[in-house]
Write a protein of this length. Structure first.
Lengths: 182, 290
């Protein structure tokens, strides 16, 4: 048994996780707003923030998912939108709902998170379309689905195939280093 | 210590649902407040922007360095041919410039004679680099690396080359957000260069993606618009300085209502390959009262 002085307390664990996720969040946001437009396909960029939100929700549960979602959404809103809170609301709900999947979390399952990312991206894009386009009577949903939502889902899942293992590795690393004394 | 830990744990494991509902209410409140009092939020936005922008700038400069390296590998032959072509063009332009300068001098003289104000003032401009673009694909706005410290303010017009790019919609200390004219939310009052008939140029995501054009509306039935007419910002716009090139008219049609015509407009600026922009540090209001 380690002595009291070397133990990592519950408070510290929360803090370390919080810091790690914050760093990942900021890196994702920076990449998405600077590098990704340069390598966009069919005029869309992958949604790295959503990948992070779903990963956290899947590995940590509802609370982690929704708080990450809220932070990701607020960052997007504050930097790019006039109205603050809408993207945050979307990411928040997606993170919360995806958090239910934590109950079936399986370390080696890579297919299920991909599926969730696809569904999550669809929900996000669709909600965004309804809020910002349908309500301004841009009604051609079919067109927007084929030319924006679908490519974005595909590209996001492709990016997730690379990123999810990275995020997941980070999560396992934290669990190994931080949580082992539980 | 022990007790505190226990309490915290209960709080965290007990009620995700209530936390969720609380966050939803929080977002809704933010939405309402930011919509109702946008000026209150500009402080927060500025602070966040001031933190994020330097990082974006850093990543961008690294990226630009790499792409410059890659470009250096381009064949020398191609560059030589391009150089040759540019040199020829430059010679032609020099001659033309000479003529125009002479004509301008003459015009200035005549204007002075008539005591007319110069119609198109040489606007003061600041060059800025695009360092980040919108993370959603639904709108076309981007962030540039100049802000209020460089004299940028909300409402200033943004150009690239000779065409209109958009308008500053938000400004922080060292960054500013530009809403472009192809953004789905954008409306610009324009007029035809030769006949001064007015129209409204509105951004349209679908048209832009499909054909690289945006929409022109409210052209009056007796306006003498033709294909390929140059559309510039109009004298009645309260945001855009007069006489900046927006683009070229295409495919004029009579509207459903039979009262107005609509058309498409090919923007003068190539939005796909936009890297640097020029910001006119002069506001339309000030211009009006001059």
């Amino acid at each position: 048994m380690p002595t009291i002085s070397t133990r990592i307390t519950g408070k510290d664990k929360t803090l370390i996780r919080f810091l790690m996720i914050t760093i990942q969040l900021i890196v994702c946001f920076l990449l998405q707003s600077t590098v990704m437009p340069a390598i966009s396909m069919a005029g869309v960029v992958p949604d790295l923030l959503l990948i992070l939100v779903i990963t956290v929700a899947y590995t940590r549960g509802r609370v982690g998912g929704m708080l990450t979602g809220l932070a990701a959404g607020l960052l997007t809103d504050i930097c790019f939108n006039e109205m603050v809170g809408l993207c945050a609301l979307f990411y928040l709900c997606i993170g919360y709902l995806a958090g239910y999947s934590h109950k079936v979390y399986e370390e080696r399952d890579y297919l299920f998170p991909m599926l969730m990312i696809a569904v999550g991206e669809f929900l996000y894009s669709f909600a965004y379309y309804v809020a910002y386009f349908l309500l301004r009577s841009r009604t051609e949903l079919g067109y927007y689905f084929v030319h924006l939502i679908l490519p974005r889902i595909v590209y996001t899942v492709l990016a997730a195939a690379l990123l999810y293992p990275a995020f997941h590795w980070m999560h396992r690393f934290l669990v190994r280093v931080v949580d082992k004394e539980d | 210590m022990k007790r505190r830990r226990r309490r915290k744990r209960i709080e965290f494991e007990f009620n995700p649902k209530y936390l969720w509902i609380f966050c939803i209410v929080f977002c809704a409140a933010l939405m309402f407040l930011s919509y109702r009092f946008p000026e209150r939020f500009s402080g927060v936005k500025t602070v966040v922007g001031n933190v994020i922008t330097p990082m974006q700038r850093g990543i961008n400069s690294v990226g630009r360095g790499i792409s410059n390296r890659l470009q250096a590998f381009q064949s020398v032959k191609k560059l030589q041919a391009e150089n040759e072509a540019l040199r020829l063009e430059n010679d032609g332009l020099k001659v033309k410039n000479q003529q125009l300068t002479q004509e301008k001098r003459e015009l200035d003289g005549l204007r002075q004679l008539y005591e007319l104000d110069a119609k198109y003032i040489d606007y003061e401009k600041v060059a800025a680099r695009i360092i980040a673009s919108d993370t959603n694909n639904w709108f076309y706005s981007f962030i540039v690396d100049k802000g209020t410290q460089d004299g940028i303010a909300v409402g200033m017009n943004v150009l690239a080359g000779s065409g209109l790019v958009g308008i500053i919609s938000e400004a922080g200390d060292n960054w500013a957000r530009v809403r472009s004219i192809i953004d789905d939310n954008s409306n610009v009052s324009g007029m035809s260069m030769d006949t001064q008939d007015t129209c409204i140029v509105s951004g349209d995501l679908k048209l832009m993606k499909e054909q690289g054009v945006i929409r022109v509306e409210m052209i009056s039935m007796d306006a003498a618009f033709r294909d390929d007419v140059e559309v510039v910002t109009s004298h009645i716009s309260d945001k855009y300085l007069q006489g900046i090139l927006i683009g070229y008219i295409r495919d004029i049609e009579v509207d459903f209502s039979n009262m107005t015509k609509t058309a498409y407009l090919i923007p003068a600026v190539d939005f796909e390959h936009l890297d640097e922009v020029l910001i006119v540090t002069e506001l339309k209001d000030a211009y009006d009262f001059d």
